[in-house]
Design a protein around this ligand. Structure first.
Ligand code: SF4
Ligand code: SF4
Length: 422
């Protein structure tokens, strides 16, 4: 834009999004102690994509995914690139608010708002939408109204039954056939096997990062972990693994030099609920600005993407596709399922494994399933003697004061408990 030209609505939206992005990046760089130098490569990536609108995958076929439940392994096996479209921008949420009910989930409104504005640095050629939560399922039709092709992928609502397992296996086979037709390539055993290994390697790096979070002296913050895992939504996978390896090398060195991101008395937190998606790290930032440290999470924008690996029995195409389908269904602890005991088991397991002092449960206002499931999670934590704070939040920048009072009070109570225990 020249000095005297009038800003178009699209330029204005891009400017607002760039401001949101840079605010989150700068907070991370300036307000936390002992920053990790290797994280700069991740911050630059976010600046390139969200402030400079740099395309990362110009020549590739970009396959948009509306939720974690579309297997990236299969997309990579066709030499295409998965772009996860879950969105964390308030600017896009605001646009989406004119198109969906005001009370809808901000993540869904922001995703729809993003399509309405069309300001993609890497625009998807078509979009797959699993029938997970109601709001995502219904958002597909609105997105189609902006000229995008949205293909539904059947997803069961009962997790444990054999019928669901077979149903999702069939659904994944149909998705694969559809993707093959659209891309004009045949799936080969070798390509699929390579893709399973590629994602498996990325997951192994995530697990190595997590080992550092289990230790008494934590060398990486929860917010930096969200930066790393959220970049997997859109980054080039080889570039992501390189950057993550450099972070791991630095963590190794920091451990030797005893450089930590939290004091011994800082409460260790497991984060669960509606997913933190860049740049909406409002609650994770509040937690770590209040002198606690997020040591683990149970969210679909981080842990759930990497935790469980595909376990293949037979390395033929159908064997691999079935194993991929099983992994995606079994590993999902999203509250869209009728029964979701796995989620409670996982949270308790994370608290034990990461020696956490408490749990913070965030539900986006308008996300009925996370709001509904809080009761059973709160009861289970109480029974297990684990302190938990439940918060409702949205993407608006104006909610800070009230939330920070509650977060600070919770962290302070955990600190007092820690001090008493010596
Ligand atoms: S919260 Fe559930 S439905 Fe929404 S993106 Fe995550 S896994 Fe999918
Ligand atoms: S936060 Fe809730 S409403 Fe939003 S995508 Fe996830 S499950 Fe759906």
């Amino acid at each position: 834009m020249t000095k005297h030209s009038i800003e178009t609505p699209k330029e204005k939206q891009n400017r607002h999004k760039a401001m949101e992005a840079i605010n989150t990046i700068n907070t991370m760089k300036d307000e936390f102690k002992n920053p990790i130098a290797a994280m700069d490569a991740f911050y630059e990536l976010y600046e390139d994509v969200y402030c400079k609108q740099k395309a990362l995958h110009e020549d590739a076929i970009k396959v948009g995914t509306m939720c974690i439940q579309i297997p990236s392994e299969i997309i990579y096996a066709f030499d295409a690139v998965p772009i996860r479209l879950c969105n964390g921008f308030y600017t896009d949420d605001d646009i989406g608010s004119d198109l969906l009910p005001q009370k809808a989930c901000p993540l869904v409104k922001a995703t729809v708002g993003h399509f309405a504005s069309g300001n993609f640095s890497d625009k998807p050629h078509f979009v797959y939408s699993p029938t997970t939560c109601d709001q995502k399922t219904k958002a597909g039709a609105t997105i189609e109204g902006f000229g995008y092709e949205v293909i539904d992928v059947d997803f069961p609502r009962m997790k444990e039954s054999e019928i669901s397992r077979e149903y999702f296996r069939q659904s994944i086979r149909e998705f694969t056939v559809d993707l093959s037709r659209r891309i004009g390539k045949k799936l080969t055993r070798k390509r699929l096997k390579n893709a399973v290994h590629k994602i498996g390697y990325a997951q192994s790096l995530y697990h190595k990062l997590c080992e550092y979070r289990k230790k008494e002296h934590v060398t990486i913050s929860g917010n930096d972990m969200f930066f790393i895992t959220n970049a997997f939504f859109f980054d080039k996978i080889d570039s992501w693994t390189e950057k993550t390896q450099r972070v791991l090398e630095e963590l190794k060195q920091r451990e030797k030099e005893n450089i930590t991101v939290a004091a011994k008395v800082s409460p260790r937190i497991v984060y669960t609920g509606s997913p933190p998606i860049f740049p909406n790290y409002k609650i994770p930032m509040l937690i770590e600005q209040s002198d606690a440290v997020i040591v683990a999470d149970e969210t679909c924008s981080s842990n759930r993407m990497f935790n469980d690996m595909v376990a293949v029995d037979e390395w033929n195409i159908y064997g691999m596709l079935d194993s991929i389908a099983d992994k995606y269904l079994k590993a999902c602890t999203c509250p869209i399922f009728t029964k979701n005991d796995d989620r409670i088991r996982r949270i308790i397991d994370l608290v034990k494994t990461y020696s956490a002092d408490g749990v913070v449960y965030q539900a986006f206002a308008g996300c009925t399933v996370y709001e509904l499931e809080q009761r059973s999670v709160l009861e289970a934590m109480e029974k297990a003697g684990i302190p938990i704070l439940y918060l409702e939040s949205d993407y608006s920048p104006s909610q800070g004061g009230q939330l920070s009072t509650r977060v600070e009070a919770f962290i302070e109570s955990l600190k007092m408990k820690k001090r008493k225990q010596g």
